[in-house]
Design a protein around this ligand. Structure first.
Ligand code: TXA
Ligand code: MG
Length: 352
């Protein structure tokens, strides 16, 4: 299959340029497109066969349902059993935007689209290109992130093509995405509501309007491992993971810098090629083979923007071990640390 590439202006997308993509989705095809978070891989949410092709293209396990994207709030009602007042309040405040809400779904939704669950994940994206595509397709679009399963989510069309060129019908190039990590997922099919995945909408912003919101324990998971164990093979639950071993070093910035410097020295002596994912404030402190800055500690949104790109970049560098600085789990930092810890297979060292 040849993947058609459509280039559009992300801020003023020309509907004529997006129409071929909408036609492809309406005929059951697969199109990657930019959202404000990451690129999504879209298929018609009402076409079960298209959804199965979507899973196949991504090599995604069939039990992990995609997020359903809609153009406006009216489209939520036919998809769900009921919309609670709590849900209405969130929709009003945070849509369009990087918030996905889980509802009990109606009987109109194909079972492939919800992977056999009784719930459905829905959001309205804010990106102009995504909105134009949704309006022209005239159907909800199921769109997981447009990466091969297990790889970091794509923040540019180049990332999409690295993973999916020749496996999908088309990709819309709308430049770099703004936020860089996926949407926050919150489950409103249960009471009290639970935040399942931290993302582009900070936990604090949601908690401010929904005091009973809980964080799923998995969001905060951190299992400390001694360094010897951290390098053992056969780790499971790897996500967003580059080929190199990633080890996160968490603590106050001075202690983290000292710890990573010492580890870098001893690992280099053993002949390993070492990379460090540092921050603007600390990046000159290291003598590693490769040092890249995640962004500024005083602007965790910048760290979120760079994270997935850097995880892909270090893959291309032939690095054996990457030490990544932990950042505070506040604001966008919660999403960043959730992704970094997953990418490391929870190989976390605490620096004192
Ligand atoms: O920002 C985003 O959310 C991006 C863009 C493209 O919108 N999409 C995205 O989709 O990240 P995906 O499929 O890669 O992640 C969807 C997440 C998965 O963790 C999935 O398990 C969860 O949402 N999810 C989907 N439906 C669910 C449901 N009914 N119950 C619980 N979790 C669900
Ligand atoms: Mg994904």
């Amino acid at each position: 299959m040849k993947t058609l590439l459509l280039k559009v202006n992300p801020h003023f997308p020309d509907p004529k340029k997006i129409q071929p993509a909408a036609d492809i989705i309406r005929h059951g095809g697969l199109v990657a497109f930019p959202t404000e978070t990451v690129y999504g891989l879209g298929a018609d949410a009402f076409n079960g066969d298209a959804i199965l092709r979507l899973f196949e293209a991504k090599k995604r396990p069939l039990d992990n349902p995609p997020i359903i994207h809609i153009a406006n709030t009216n489209e939520v009602y036919p998809l769900v059993m009921q919309v609670s007042q709590k849900a209405e309040r969130l929709m009003e405040q945070f849509w369009p935007g990087p918030l996905t809400i889980i509802f009990k779904h109606s009987s109109d939704v194909p079972k492939e689209t919800v992977a056999g669950l009784d719930t459905i994940a829905i959001r309205i994206p804010k990106h102009k290109v995504a909105q134009t595509l949704l309006r022209q397709t005239k159907h909800p679009i199921a769109a997981p992130s447009a990466n091969l399963s297990g790889k970091p989510s794509p923040t540019t069309v180049q990332h999409v093509l690295e993973d999916l060129n020749g496996r999908i019908d088309a990709a819309i190039d709308g430049g770099d995405t703004d936020i860089g990590v996926e949407s926050t997922v919150i489950d409103l099919s249960v009471d009290p509501p639970i935040l399942l995945r931290p993302g582009g909408t900070p936990y604090e912003a949601l908690k401010a309007v929904m005091a009973d919101l809980k964080l799923h324990p998995f969001v905060q998971t951190e299992i400390e491992l001694p360094i010897e164990k951290a390098l053992s093979p056969g780790m499971k639950h790897k996500h967003y993971a580059p080929k190199a071993e990633i080890i996160i070093v968490e603590g106050n910035p001075q202690a983290v810098t000292a710890k990573i410097s010492a580890l870098t020295k001893s690992f280099k002596q053993k002949g390993h090629r070492i990379g460090v994912l540092a921050t603007n404030e600390t990046q000159t402190a290291y003598q590693a083979d490769i040092v890249k800055s995640l962004g500024s500690r005083s602007n965790l949104a910048s760290v979120a923007q760079n994270l997935f790109r850097l995880l892909r970049e270090v893959d291309a560098e032939g690095i054996d071990v990457i030490f990544a600085e932990g950042v505070p789990t506040e604001g966008m930092g919660l999403a960043v640390m959730n992704r970094l810890r997953k990418a490391s297979g929870y190989h976390i060292i605490k620096a004192e």
